[in-house]
Design a protein around this ligand. Structure first.
Ligand code: BGC
Length: 755
């Protein structure tokens, strides 16, 4: 009999049901779940110690390299049943080949789980997640994750290491490119949308991609923005700002969670039982399995938290880490740890159960090859439909940062000088962590976008992304002189953001800044199109350019989308989800800061002795929530249903938004509040709600928000999530940079907390 089938029959009732039920996943009354638990237990009862340990081991194939170590022996481990999952192995034929070894050559034939970093697309690449988040469009983000999942699962994959839900306020940290920005409320909605998108409706569907909320926890707060660095923060900040997106992912039934590389308040996240057991399992209710980040068990040794690898493995396992990604520590040391009674069998069994349960849910025990489907792969991957959707997502991700004298949209009768190292680029355009996206010409460059739409233009490269070769400057300048508008496509290389790409200088590389200056000197109107994976210091560019369009790394259909936006075929509506500072010295900077006792705008403040810099203003260059349109919007003063909000009631806030410009357009209408004082200090403002609306020119729409007391809760000094009575201010606007216009009072039945 086929081994997998053998296990299934046993699972249906033949094996002993007496194994221990002290599981980490929630006991449930759901008959389907109970059935899976029975199957899991029966498989477990057949397993040797080595086979159990094998399920907790995840290795990379040599097809791809996403970390510092590769163990080329993984094939031997696989044949010995010492591996339960493989990552960086893609494509239906390769995954089928590996699965065959697991199913046919190992004693029990337990199917493998195939993981991969499907971060913003598998082969059809969408804009980087930070870019996508600027759309503020949850349906769009859910759908792009769904499309990514459909392509990836058709290519044999079961599991993505995404979404990254780390809140970050630090433009130096390269991984801001992979997240949803600085705001917890928005980040939580995005986390939920992406988990739902990847996982789909039902885990047993063949296009379900298990999601992985990462990196747990507080990875985005690395000191000085240096990747992998120490995190030290109050429990209050952790709970208020960094954990909610993980909770949102758990609420959306995320299947897996990845531990972070960093330590948190002295304890590495991978050995942190408080984070993994108390918070993730007990408080958040996480029900899936926990995987480490790349070799992060091993890294507890250089962290200075573990004596040696065996000790590190014991701390990870005992803290609740179920699977070891690439470290080989569980594989090499767990048996010894069990023999020495430093880890008990029950804990290992829990880890194995957590993993097997998902393999059952995906239907892999019924058909281990169900995802490896060549025909489907050819049909789905890079389909016309997916490419068209990637174009739409890229359009909606772009943020118009500046547009003086209506320089944009470009007119069809204008002669355009298309200049810059990224203008004809098909390599960097798909950004970092771009799955199996091709860097050899599949992506549409901006130059190709212009060609496809028959625009009148001439292209000159001008310079490389970095270096000091100025030999192309003169032809760029000559071209600009003969043209009506110069469009320069400049920015970072794809390697300048993402993992291990922290920067202390967040400017456009020097050679490109010189190119911009040279073109500017011609006097020809100047449009900058920017590719970057983080906020940049654009102070000088903002002075020079007539218009600036933030295109992020726009993905496979990026060149079409940029052309659409530059020529007004799509009116940009993106809003920043991460503050753009004036310089790196302002970092970390975010819109929802605290006030200090000496704010600059305090009435009667002494001009010197206030909280400020002496060399640059406090305000960023472009704030959170900011983004222009080719049209303009007018907001009426909000009308409140009441000036008080009581427990059990709702406050309705209505604003009229009018499109007062010459184009139809979309606007992200944002509601911010400020809690004037509390038992712990409150941010100067907080995003509480938003709506993305579409308005024809001249049209007015009423936008209505509802706030309940629950929306105003926060963590008090005893770490209780509470309401406190008091006065609140609010405004509704198209950016976080706006004055408060209204206020209301929150009245609670029990005002004790206010003391
Ligand atoms: C990254 C993770 C990624 C993993 C596997 C690590 O270096 O931090 O985000 O999922 O590699 O590729």
């Amino acid at each position: 009999m086929h081994k997998t089938l053998k296990i299934l029959c046993i699972g249906l009732g033949l094996a002993s049901m007496t194994s221990c039920h002290n599981t980490t996943y929630k006991e449930t009354q759901d008959p389907a779940e109970q059935e899976i638990s029975r199957k899991v237990d029966s498989v477990l009862s057949l397993m040797t110690l080595q086979e159990k340990i094998g399920q907790t081991v995840l290795y990379s194939s040599i097809e791809d390299v996403t970390g510092p170590t590769l163990d080329t022996n993984y094939m031997n481990y696989l044949k010995n049943g010492e591996i339960g999952a493989i990552f960086n192995a893609t494509g239906s034929s390769f995954t089928r080949e590996l699965q065959k070894i697991a199913v046919e050559e190992t004693r029990l034939g337990i199917p493998l789980l195939f993981g991969y970093d499907v971060i913003h697309g598998y082969k059809t690449i969408f804009p980087i997640p930070l870019g996508e988040s600027a759309s503020w469009d949850m349906d769009l983000m859910e759908k792009s994750a769904r499309v990514a999942a459909e392509e990836a699962t058709a290519a044999g994959l079961h599991w993505t290491f995404a979404p990254m839900v780390d809140i970050s306020r630090d433009a130096r940290w390269g991984r801001v490119a992979e997240g949803g920005g600085e705001d917890t409320y928005l980040g939580s909605l995005i986390a939920k949308a992406r988990v739902k998108g990847f996982q789909g409706e039902d885990l047993s569907d063949i296009n379900t991609l298990l999601a992985c909320a990462k990196h747990y926890a507080a990875y985005g707060a690395a000191q000085a923005g240096r990747d992998y660095h120490t995190v030290d923060m109050s429990e209050l900040s952790l709970r208020e700002y960094y954990l909610p997106p993980f909770q949102a992912a758990v609420d959306a039934d995320v299947a897996t969670v990845m531990t972070a590389f960093n330590e948190l308040n002295g304890v590495p996240a991978t050995g942190n039982s408080y984070l993994l057991k108390d918070v993730l399992r007990d408080q958040m209710g996480f029900n899936g399995f926990v995987v480490t980040d790349y070799t992060s068990i091993n890294e507890m040794v250089p962290h200075g938290y573990a004596r040696d690898l065996q000790h590190a493995g014991e701390m990870a396992m005992n803290a609740g880490v179920d699977m070891d990604l690439q470290g080989g520590v569980y594989k090499d040391y767990l048996k010894k740890s069990l023999d020495e009674k430093n880890v008990d069998m029950e804990r290992l069994d829990q880890a194995v159960r957590n993993i097997l349960r998902l393999k059952f849910k995906l239907g892999l025990f019924e058909d281990p090859y169900r995802y490896s489907n060549e025909e489907l792969e050819t049909e789905v991957v890079l389909s016309e439909e997916n490419l068209a959707f990637a174009r739409e997502v890229a359009q909606k991700s772009m943020v118009l940062l500046k547009n003086d004298k209506q320089t944009l949209p470009l007119k069809d009768n204008q002669k355009i000088a298309l200049i810059g190292p990224l203008a004809a680029d098909e390599f960097h355009i798909i950004g970092n962590w771009s799955g199996r996206g091709d860097r050899d010409g599949t992506a549409v460059s901006i130059k190709e976008g212009f060609e496809a739409q028959n625009k009148t233009f001439t292209y000159v490269k001008g310079s490389e992304i970095t270096g000091d070769d100025r030999s192309g400057f003169q032809s760029a300048v000559n071209l600009a002189k003969q043209s009506d508008v110069a469009v320069l496509v400049v920015g970072e290389s794809e390697r300048m953001s993402g993992e291990a790409a922290s920067r202390t200088n967040i400017r456009i590389p020097e050679i490109q800044r010189e190119l911009i200056k040279a073109v500017k000197a011609t006097g020809t109107p100047l449009v900058l199109v920017l590719y970057n994976g983080r906020p940049l210091n654009l102070v000088e560019e903002n002075e020079m350019a007539d218009a600036m369009l933030e295109a992020w790394f726009p993905g496979t259909s990026g060149g079409h989308a940029v052309t659409d936006v530059l020529y007004g075929r799509y009116n940009p509506a993106g809003k920043l989800t991460l503050t753009f500072p004036r310089n790196v010295g302002q970092v970390p900077i975010h819109y929802n800061m605290k006030n200090t006792g000496r704010p600059q705008d305090l009435e009667g403040a002494h001009p010197r002795y206030v909280s400020r810099y002496i060399d640059v203003e406090n305000a960023p260059l472009f704030p959170f929530g900011y983004g222009l349109s080719y049209t303009s919007f007018n907001y009426s003063q909000p009308q409140l249903s009441s000036t008080t909000l009581r427990d059990g009631e709702k406050l309705t806030i209505i604003t009229e938004v009018t499109n007062t410009g010459d184009y139809d357009g979309e606007e992200v209408v944002q509601l911010y509040i400020k809690d004037r004082f509390g038992s712990v200090t409150r941010p100067v403002k907080e995003l509480k709600a938003f709506q993305k609306i579409s308005l024809k020119k001249g049209e007015t729409q009423k936008v209505s928000f509802e706030i309940s007391v629950d929306d105003l809760k926060f963590y008090n000094r005893d770490l209780e999530f509470v309401n406190e009575a008091g006065q609140y201010d609010l405004f509704v606007a198209g950016s976080s940079d706006h004055a408060f216009t209204n206020s209301f009072e929150l009245k609670m039945r029990d005002t004790q907390n206010n003391l």
